[in-house]
Design a protein around this ligand. Sequence first.
Ligand code: DOR
Ligand code: ZN
Length: 460
Amino acid sequence: MAVDLVVSNCTVVTETGRIPDAGVAVEDGTIVAVGRPDRLPAADRRFDADGKLLVPGVVDAHIHNREPGLEYKEDWESATRAAAAGGVTSVVGMPNTDPIVDRPDRLELKLDRGDRSAHVDFGSFVVITSENLGEIPALADAGAVGFKIFLGSTVGDVPAPTDGEILEAMEAVRETGKRLGFHEENGEIIDHYTRRFREAGRNRPIDHSHSRPVIAEREAVERMTTFAEETGASIHMFHVSSGSAAAAVARGKDRGVDVTAETCPHYLWFSEEVIERKGNVARIQPPIRDAEQRRRLWEVGIDGGAIDSIATDHAPHTAEEKGAAEPFGDTWEAAAGFVGLETEVPVMLTFVAEGRLSLEEWVRRHSVEPARIWGLYPQKGSLRIGTDADFTIVDPDHEWTLDASDLHSKHPVTPFEGETFTGKATATVVRGEVVYADGEVRGDPGYGRRLPVARSGDDQ
Ligand code: DOR
Ligand code: ZN
C-alpha cells in the first residue's frame, strides 16, 4: 500500500549526523520511514527536495504573535505565514498581548484565534504576575507551553512580581512539571538608568542600549539561578544577549541548576555598531551588545555550550512605531523589537557556511533543544518514526541579499535589511503537508494545530 507522501532526493541531517541521498516517508501526518530511496515505500505524492538538506522542523519558541488585541502589528495568520516562509514549523507566542495571557480563559482565547488562522503549529506561554500566583496549576492544565515572568519593564509593561512572589511561583511551577522562563533584566537597574538618561536629555538610539547595561542581565541570571537552586524549579533564560549573562548561565549549570538558555540570531550576528548604522530600527530589549560581549557570547554560549537553543524574539511593530522614517530620532519614542521569523534560518546557515557552527549543532539548537526544553520532544524536533512529519528543507549554498519588502509580516522592519546570507529555507512541511515551497506559502490558514503540550498527570 502506498503512503501519503515521500520527500525524496535530499540529505537528511539530524543532530547526530547525515544520511546522503535519502528521503522520508509520511502517513497520516507522521513519519513512517527515513533512509535510502530503495528502503522507502511507494507514495501517492512525491516531493522532490532537489538535492537539498532536510532537517527536523525548526521550532521557534519565542515569537510575539500579537493576537489578541494588537493585530495591527501582527496576527497569528501573518506571523505563521512568515514562519512557513522562513522554514519554521512550530512557534510559541509570548503573553504580552492585549489582554495579557494570565488566566485560563485568556489562554483559550489566544489559542482559539490560532486554531482559526495559523499556518504552522503553535502554542503560547502564560505570564505570572503578583495577581495570578494561585492560577499556576490551572494555567498548566489549560495548555500553556510554559510560564514567563518579566523581571524588568519592556513592551507591554507587564509588572514584575516581587522576589518573594517569584520564589512562590517557582515552587508552584515546579509542581506542574513545566518550565518557567524569564525576561532577565533587573528592573531597578534599567529603570534607574532610563530615568537618569532621560533627565539628562540623552535620547540617541545608543543611549537606549546603554540604559540597559549588561550587569542588569547578568544579575538577573545570577538571582534566578540562585532561586532555582533553592526551589528546584526548572527555569529558562529568554534572549540571552551578552557573554557575561551566558557565563552566569554556565555557572548555574555547573552547580546543577536546571537552567536552559536561548540566544537570538541578532545577538550573534550584530554588535552595537549596528545601532550607530541603523538607529532605532535595531532597538530591542535586551539591546544588541558591544563586539567583546558578542565574542564571549559565541565563546561561552555557543562554543562552550551555555546556550541551548536559538529563538528569534520576533517582535513586530509598525514602521511608524519603530520611527523607521527617521531612525536617529528620539529613542524614547521608538518601539523595541523587530521581525525575525524569515531571517533566523538564513542567519544560522550563514554561520554554518562560515564554519562557525556545524550543521548538526545548528539542528540541535534550532530544532531539537527548543522542543526538548518546552516538553514537545520527540513529537516535535525529531525525525523519529511515529512523530509529527515536520521538516525544514534548506539550500545551504544559496547566496542572497534581504529586501525586507519581500517578507510576509505585516510590518517588515528589520536591521537585517540589506544583509547578505548564504542559505535559505526552500520548503516547509508541517505534519506531512507542504506549507511553503517555490517561494509561495501554500497552506490554508487554520491548518496549524495546537502544539502537543503535556498536561499535569501525563508521564513526563
Ligand atoms: O524588544 C523587545 N520587544 N523586547 C521585549 O521584551 C518585548 C518585545 C515586544 O513585545 O515588542
Ligand atoms: Zn520577547
